[in-house]
Design a binder for this molecule. Structure first.
Ligand SMILES: Nc1nc2c(ncn2[C@@H]2O[C@H](COP(=O)(O)OP(=O)(O)OP(=O)(O)O)[C@@H](O)[C@H]2O)c(=O)[nH]1
Ligand SMILES: [Mg+2]
Length: 453
């Protein structure tokens, strides 16, 4: 996908799902242009690729904990199958589409859509399972029309139980946790005790806990309606929290919920009590799910500033290197000119009738050697630069046709352009603030709709 196609596709999706961000694409296009002129980006690259535009929310947990049912309820549609045996054997990436029908696509479709930050996932899967290069075995994509998923991506995962594909599942899970903005780990209130934390779930908790950004992980005890029969909610929640605390997970990220449309209560008082707890916790979870969208939008805008500053910092480094290049090449050229000039002059003196021919030959030889030395020196000096993008810029600025005596980029002019981009991205933050304040007033938090099963 060329950068232009990417801008276009991103704009199309944003227009439907998160229109607040459409204009930011133009900022990125300007930033790309500046970086490309300097050479810090190649013509087929774009900074829009370096950030994910859709926040990712992944739902992980034990099998039959109610992950898929939760997603269906959230979307207000029966998108995922649910059942009491292990149902899902693949990761399902769920995104928005404006078509009424739910479309299911194989995993490879993820590569062609700029919404997904999964560029490396095929490589990751190949590493995990070199024989099984088929991403479709582990991943599928579903596109659903639901307002709740606009601008976001959900991932439903297979429950952690079956030993088949266990390693692959765990590794993909780690990768998904890395990419996710929010991770919901579901536990089953019917088996909350430590023994039920099978080793795979153990591993999952371990991965999530050790993650640099472990704040993004929420631990959810689901199906707490099943505690109604014995009226032992506090006990169950207590045992579950203790088990997690023993793993080093601090409280404050524990929630207990159930799925209203699947729960059956015999006692109305108990129902009221459990519902109160569930409503409170669910509202918090839904609010966090909404917040990732807003946080992501700010990060996307902030990234313009971050990249602009990165370019501003790179310019003096580039110029220092270019001036060293100029000096070295100038010395070599002078030595070369002296050597060839005096040689031609000396021989021309001996054979005056060939003198002009000799001078001509000396000039041609000088030019050939000059360009060879120039490209050799450029490659040699570039290889000493650590950053790949600086290397590219240096090579671009020292191409054979570029007059090296004027080597160096116009720092002032570029910096001016970048500063104006930074200023407009700051304005944009202000705009985001205004729009989100308006948005929040209208939409948060929302009661999930009844699934139409
Ligand atoms: N009572 C009750 N049943 C629920 C609740 N949530 C889900 N269930 C039921 O639990 C079973 C498992 O639900 P799923 O949504 O398929 O669970 P899952 O975590 O997606 O399972 P896998 O995909 O197999 O890992 C289904 O029969 C659901 O109807 C709940 O809150 N309360
Ligand atoms: Mg499921």
């Amino acid at each position: 996908m060329t950068p232009k196609e990417r801008y276009k596709k991103l704009k199309e999706h944003l227009l439907e799902e998160n229109p607040v961000l459409v204009e930011v694409i133009d900022e990125y296009a300007k930033l790309d242009r500046i970086a490309k002129d300097v050479g810090l980006l190649k013509e087929d690259q774009t900074y829009t690729e370096s950030i994910s535009w859709w926040p990712l929310i992944s739902i992980l947990g034990t099998f039959s904990a109610g992950k898929s049912s939760f997603i269906n309820e959230y979307l207000g549609k029966k998108v995922q199958e649910s059942g009491n045996q292990a149902v899902d054997d693949k990761f399902t990436v769920i995104c928005y589409s404006n078509s009424e029908e739910i479309t299911t696509l194989p995993g490879v479709a993820l590569d062609a859509d700029p919404r997904f930050p999964f560029y490396n996932i095929s490589k990751e899967i190949e590493k995990i399972d070199p024989k099984e290069k088929n991403i479709n075995r582990y991943l599928q994509l579903k596109a659903v029309k639901s307002d709740n998923i606009k601008g976001k991506i959900l991932i439903d995962s297979p429950g952690f139980d079956a030993d088949v594909q266990r390693d692959a599942t765990l590794k993909i899970t780690s990768h998904i946790i890395d990419l996710s903005d929010l991770v919901l780990i579901f536990f089953d209130a019917r088996h909350p005790e430590p023994g039920a934390m099978r080793d795979t779930l153990d591993h999952l908790v371990e991965v999530a806990k050790n993650h640099a950004d472990s704040d993004k992980v929420l631990y959810i005890l689901n199906q707490i309606d099943t505690c109604a029969k014995e009226d032992n909610l506090e006990e169950i929640i207590g045992a579950w929290q203790r088990a997690l605390s023993q793993k080093g997970i601090v409280s404050g990220k524990f929630y207990a919920i159930y799925n209203e449309s699947l729960a059956r209560f015999e006692d109305e008082d108990l129902h009221t009590r459990l519902k109160k707890k569930k409503d409170e916790d669910l509202a918090k979870i839904l609010e966090k799910m909404e917040k990732v969208l807003i946080d992501r939008a700010y990060r996307i805008v902030k990234n313009v500033e971050y990249r602009a500053k990165e370019i501003i910092e790179a310019l003096p480094k580039l110029n220092t290197k270019l001036s060293a290049f100029k000096n070295s090449l100038l010395i070599m050229d002078i030595l070369l000119a002296l050597l060839l000039g005096s040689g031609a002059f000396y021989i021309g003196f001996q054979f005056p009738s060939f003198a002009y021919l000799l001078y001509g030959a000396a000039i041609v030889l000088f030019l050939i050697l000059h360009f060879q030395i120039k490209s050799w020196l450029s490659a040699k000096m570039a290889s000493r630069l650590e950053e790949k993008n600086l290397q590219n810029a240096f090579i671009k600025q020292t191409r054979w046709y570029k007059p090296y005596l004027f080597a160096g980029v116009d720092t002032k002019k570029i910096e001016q352009k970048l500063q104006s981009l930074i200023a407009s991205s700051k304005n944009f933050i202000q705009k985001l603030n205004d729009q989100y304040i308006a948005l929040r007033k209208n939409s948060l938090p929302q009661e999930p709709q009844e699934p139409n099963t």
